[in-house]
Write a protein that binds this ligand. Structure first.
Ligand code: AMP
Length: 662
């Protein structure tokens, strides 16, 4: 079979690729004129996109309004997200006949003995309408918060969309986070209702999620808990349902009406909260708005992944993260695409599972994280080789910087040297992708994310706020007009919003906390976080959050957690712990601290290595100098220790760690 080559190698530069003629012709954007045109009037550019991409109940009065550090898009415009993701597609894709209905979601369960579920746009519309009526019946109204704690099952998306139908605000929490962690978020946003499930499959085992959800259900604000039966009653563990509070999803759905009118909301109304780690121990609730967020979700999905009617899109991100929200739910559904979601682990029953799924459903656009690709690379090219991946057209990556070898492996063995590889830089706070090459424009350069999305204004600044020269590392920032999907605040914490994003370079410059440099005039290479935030297997984790969990252990006085580079997971947390007087380090103490971290946060935060030490390097004001520990772990130059309160600790720590640099 002759396979279309969607990408061609640059004749003069070995590892630079460009879209082929076929790709340019097929792509929604095939000329870089779009960047110039958008830059002339970014507000008009986004206004046209919002008009063309979304259905509005009422047009906006003002395109963009700013009162730094706050800003608004499409002021006065009204829309409903579930209407945009479902109702409006029905005329085109609905048709009452279920066979000709376009499939919205293909769900693959982890056990291969279970059959995949295909849900059409019509089917999804009906379920969302019903569930919105369920939520309404149990008291959810516009503006109320609903906590969603679910694995990758269609009901997670149904719950999210049902909230948006009512104008309620959802807060989805990663199902691998502990119940205690979930409760912190529920307490902060004062969720009235929780939606969860009995459990899910993970590496062949049934995980009891309801037990964890019960911890959060004890929060003062929670009135009702809706429980989906993922195992359809065949769970291997006993399920406890609290009378009067816990309700079965299937029973409520059976009685619910399909008649549900979407509630239009003003464009700048919060759509959802997503808690993320910052530099303190307390996760912050990032607020995303409705019209701006959906505009960016819609157009980045269409432009980056170039989804046409016959494409099958698969973003492997879990719904608990922003990538799951935007590219496993709102983006693909708002453009009316067919997408795959998968419940389980990539190694069940073996390392061929993802490629088997891609083959089975003819996936044409595949989006994943560098950490997953590094694992596949380690497992070897024999796994993808067993499967037919010839339908693939575009590959994408997100979550952390991707190194040259991993990029090449992905390009060679998954894309078969035919597919453009889009390295998308963005954050929970930006709502959608912001820096990447577009498939019909290119270039695709390993380790270089690419160009800021048309209509956005990025810069790289030095410490004093001056733009850096080509090749110099600085800090990535965005200037007005800010991307429509950018966060609109931190839930109940305006100070945090201002301090974190708008204080480094003033209230008119969005500070990303990422280091970056210009590869050339247009393209950006992102070097990674410059604050105390780690990316562990693509998951965002703050040093302070893990330290708080460790310090809550009764044997611990103080701790410092820093990232260490890891071949597969990108970074792993390493803990330095000072134990209370009289407590001796032992495997039992270590195991008990690890257990505490897993209980407080979840397995993602498990320290990879623990050093029990007598003290930590501290500044004169008593602040722990994590920078020293970070450098020690990688045998990097340590810098001036004379500013420390306890400089003598450095030689001691060098011995403990096995620091090799002279
Ligand atoms: P999160 O909010 O969990 O999505 O994490 C956002 C952070 O992930 C960013 O601030 C970056 O440090 C990192 N990141 C995401 N995508 C990329 C990318 N393509 N290249 C480099 N770093 C990335």
């Amino acid at each position: 079979m002759v396979q279309t080559k969607w990408v061609v190698r640059d004749k003069s530069k070995k590892s630079v690729y460009w879209p082929s003629q076929e790709m340019k012709e097929r792509a929604f954007v095939g000329s870089d004129k779009i960047y110039k045109d958008a830059a002339k009037n970014p507000k008009a550019f986004w206004a046209n996109l919002a008009k063309d991409g979304l259905s509005w109940d009422r047009p906006w009065k003002t395109v963009y309004e700013s009162k730094p550090p706050y800003f608004k898009w499409f002021v006065g415009g009204q829309l409903n997200v579930s209407y945009n993701c479902l109702d409006r597609h029905l005329e085109q894709r609905g048709d009452q006949d279920p066979i000709s209905n376009k499939v919205a979601i293909i769900w693959e369960p982890e056990p291969e003995s279970e059959r995949a579920r295909k849900i059409t746009y019509m089917g999804l519309y009906r379920k969302v309408c019903k569930f919105s009526n369920v939520l309404k019946k149990i008291g959810v109204r516009k503006g109320d918060r609903v906590g969603i704690y679910m694995p990758m099952i269609p009901e997670a998306l149904i719950a999210m969309l049902a909230c948006t139908r009512l104008g309620a605000i959802h807060s989805v929490v990663f199902s691998a986070f502990s119940g205690i962690n979930f409760k912190k978020r529920v307490d902060d946003c004062e969720a009235k209702v929780l939606v969860t499930c009995d459990g899910y499959w993970r590496r062949g085992k049934q995980i009891n999620l309801k037990k964890q959800a019960d911890i959060a259900a004890n929060a003062k604000s929670v009135k009702k808990v809706v429980v989906v039966q993922r195992f359809e009653g065949k769970n291997e563990f006993k399920l406890k349902m609290k009378k009067g509070r816990d309700l079965w999803y299937h029973e409520l759905m059976e009685k619910a009406s399909e008649d549900s009118k979407p509630v239009p909301v003003e464009s700048n109304t919060p759509l959802f909260l997503l808690y993320t780690s910052g530099t303190t121990g307390k996760p912050k609730g990032i607020i995303h708005d409705t019209g701006g967020y959906l505009t960016q979700a819609y157009w980045t999905t269409l432009f980056n992944f170039d989804l046409h009617e016959d494409d099958v899109f698969w973003c492997t991100a879990d719904i608990g993260w922003i990538t799951g929200h935007t590219y496993s739910c709102y983006g693909p559904l708002s453009v009316g695409a067919t997408m795959v979601i998968y419940e389980g682990s990539p190694d069940v029953p073996d390392w061929g599972r993802l490629w088997k799924i891609a083959d089975k459903f003819d996936v044409s656009v595949f989006y994943t994280a560098p950490t997953a690709i590094r694992m596949f690379k380690k497992m070897g090219k024999k796994w993808p080789k067993h499967f037919d991946l010839s339908t693939l057209r575009i590959l994408g990556t997100v979550g952390e910087p991707i190194d040259l070898e991993t990029w090449n492996w992905y390009f060679d063995y998954i894309g078969n040297k035919r597919c453009p590889l889009i390295d998308t830089w963005w954050q929970t706070e930006t709502g959608g992708t912001l820096v990447n090459a577009l498939p019909g424009i290119g270039p695709f350069i390993p380790t270089v994310a690419g160009r800021p999305f048309p209509g956005t204004v990025a810069d790289i600044l030095d410490d004093r706020g001056k733009p850096v020269k080509k090749g110099e590392t600085g800090y990535l920032v965005f200037r007005p007009p800010f991307p429509p999907g950018l966060l609109r605040g931190v839930w109940k914490n305006p100070k945090k919003y201002k301090d974190t994003y708008w204080s480094e370079y003033g209230i008119k410059t969005y500070y990303t906390s990422d280091g970056a440099k210009w590869y050339d005039k247009h393209n950006i290479r992102v070097t990674g976080r410059v604050d105390d935030v780690m990316k562990v297997a693509g998951h965002r984790l703050s040093s302070a959050e893990v330290e708080d969990a460790i310090t809550s252990h009764f044997h611990v006085i103080v701790s410092a957690v820093v990232p260490k580079p890891d071949e597969i997971r990108g970074q792993v947390p390493v803990a330095f712990i000072v134990l209370k007087l009289g407590v001796k380090p032992s495997p039992e103490v270590e195991a008990s601290i690890v257990k505490q971290v897993r209980k407080e946060i979840g397995p993602t935060a498990t320290p990879h290595q623990i050093f029990f030490v007598k003290d930590l390097p501290k500044t004169r004001s008593g602040k722990i100098m994590r920078r020293f520990l970070r450098s020690m772990l990688v045998n990097k130059k340590l810098g001036d220790a004379s500013t420390l309160q306890n400089p003598e600790i450095v030689d001691y720590l060098k011995k403990v760690v096995g620091y090799k640099r002279k």
